[in-house]
Design a protein around this ligand. Structure first.
Ligand SMILES: [Zn+2]
Length: 258
């Protein structure tokens, strides 16, 4: 399902530009963070989600798969059940709602069925802000999620896409998360101060065994805490979450210099 992608960029640019002007009042936002595998959204955007929950906004995570193939010592069925429990605990700790897609780890494709599913979730959740994976990734599921979400954002806004829910036109911006697996070509653009939310993030992501250590050799907790410190240092904050946007969305049109 690639056709909508062609016409998507201007729509996205408008959505992001509309956000640029002023910060919305608290409780005015719904932030939807969409990850390929349970754990992706929390490890990369959990501090930001905790912050928005604290500000009174609604925060939702959609995990397209459980990431159930990530533990060589446990069957995908057993590890999937564990990941679902861990994801629910992490969501509770962040003050977020958790939604689970029906797909299997390693089998995400940007096909019509997947795009329509995500478009329908967007119509139901009605996000003001969507965050997902950057376009290039070591993991094919992550790269597919980027394309699926961008196509779904457009589809959700179109009258012509018929589903049980009305079209959603309230999206102000699509952002991409700072993920070690999606680092190629990722240039931080937006920095959000999460100094007061890092403890909540740490508590939430520790719900996952793969983040506590013992499954993967990748030092998730140390990497992402150090990353938040590095992004914060550049932003003049203690800790920050950095996000990328589409290149065309970086165009700003002003009446005069700010
Ligand atoms: Zn992942």
């Amino acid at each position: 399902m690639r056709t909508p992608g062609r016409s998507l960029r201007p729509a996205l640019a408008a959505a992001v530009l509309a956000t640029g002007a002023a910060l919305a009042p608290a409780a005015d936002r719904t932030v939807l963070s969409i990850g390929a595998h349970a754990g992706d959204a929390e490890i990369t955007t959990g501090a930001l989600l905790a912050r928005h929950h604290r500000l009174g906004d609604r925060v939702v995570m959609l995990h397209l798969t459980l990431g159930e193939g990530g533990n060589p010592k446990v069957s995908p069925v057993a590890y999937g059940e564990q990941k679902r429990r861990e994801a629910l605990a992490a969501a509770r700790a962040l003050g977020a709602e958790a939604l689970f897609g029906p797909w299997k780890d390693g089998q995400l494709r940007d096909e019509e069925e997947t795009v329509r599913y995500v478009a329908d979730v967007i119509r139901q959740v009605k996000p003001t802000h969507v965050i997902t994976h950057w376009k290039t990734s070591l993991h094919p599921d992550h790269a597919a999620t980027h394309r699926i979400v961008n196509e779904a954002v457009l589809l959700a806004s179109l009258e012509g896409f018929e589903s049980a829910h009305p079209r959603h036109r309230g999206l102000r911006g699509v952002y991409y998360a700072d993920n070690w697996e999606d680092a190629e070509g990722f240039a931080p653009y937006v920095y959000v101060d999460v100094t007061e939310d890092l403890a909540a993030w740490r508590g939430a992501v520790m719900s996952y065994e793969f983040i506590r250590g013992g499954i993967s050799t990748f030092p998730y907790l140390e990497y992402y805490e150090a990353l938040a410190r590095v992004r914060g240092a550049v932003a003049g904050k203690r800790f920050a979450t950095a996000l990328e946007v589409d290149p065309i969305a970086k165009k700003r049109v002003l009446d005069a210099l700010p």
